[in-house]
Design a protein around this ligand. Structure first.
Ligand code: COA
Length: 161
């Protein structure tokens, strides 16, 4: 696939269905090296709860990476410095989508006065966040029903520029 021509824009309500589909595809398509089938199913269940997604997204700043009309990834964060969601579409993996999204989010967070960023990184995303200057604070687990998902609490102090 040629290098994508990415633009980053803010989320609109009309993106909801595509964003949730991308989340499901990303979990099922990009995490199998670290999470087994039961864990992936617990993380992104077949039956999507759209009202729950709407509520979750409404509390976040959201940026979308687009390649023409195609959504290549998204990031969700709070202005307090919590990176909550970062997902790339499987067909766009390792092409700089998360890098572009993270850069735009960090710029927004710096402008909002955040002094420190933190995230509960999946084991898939750990190397990505390490590359962005985050360090591991603590290994954690999160329970989804009877299934346990390991993750890493990571943080990055934002030095003034
Ligand atoms: C983690 C994730 C967001 C990375 O997205 P991406 O768009 O592929 O990342 P980028 O192309 O910007 O990667 C930049 C660098 O991060 C590192 N990186 C990214 N994905 C990696 C992976 N799976 N394994 C190891 N290093 C990785 C590499 O250093 C990469 O540079 P390189 O490709 O030149 O080696 C993506 O794999 C994803 O959506 N995973 C599934 C969902 C998930 O775990 N989300 C995070 C929830 S906290």
């Amino acid at each position: 696939m040629p290098t994508p021509n990415l633009t980053v824009r803010t989320y609109q309500a009309s993106d909801l269905t595509a964003l949730v589909a991308l989340f499901n595809a990303s979990v099922h398509g990009l995490t199998a090296d670290h999470y087994d089938a039961a864990q992936r199913q617990a993380w992104a269940p077949a039956a999507t709860d759209m009202p729950e997604w709407q509520t979750r997204l409404s509390a976040l700043e959201l940026l979308i990476a687009e390649d023409g009309q195609a959504i290549a990834g998204f990031i969700g964060f709070s202005l307090a410095g919590h990176i909550d969601l970062l997902f790339t579409a499987p067909g766009y993996a390792r092409q700089g989508v998360a890098t572009a999204l993270y850069a735009a989010a960090e710029q927004r967070l710096r402008a909002a006065g955040a002094r420190e960023l933190f995230t509960e990184a999946s084991l898939v995303a750990q190397a990505f966040f390490a590359g962005q200057g985050f360090s591991v604070q603590q290994a954690q687990t999160v329970a989804r029903g009877a299934v346990i998902l390991p993750r890493m609490l990571m943080r990055k102090p934002l030095e003034p520029r």
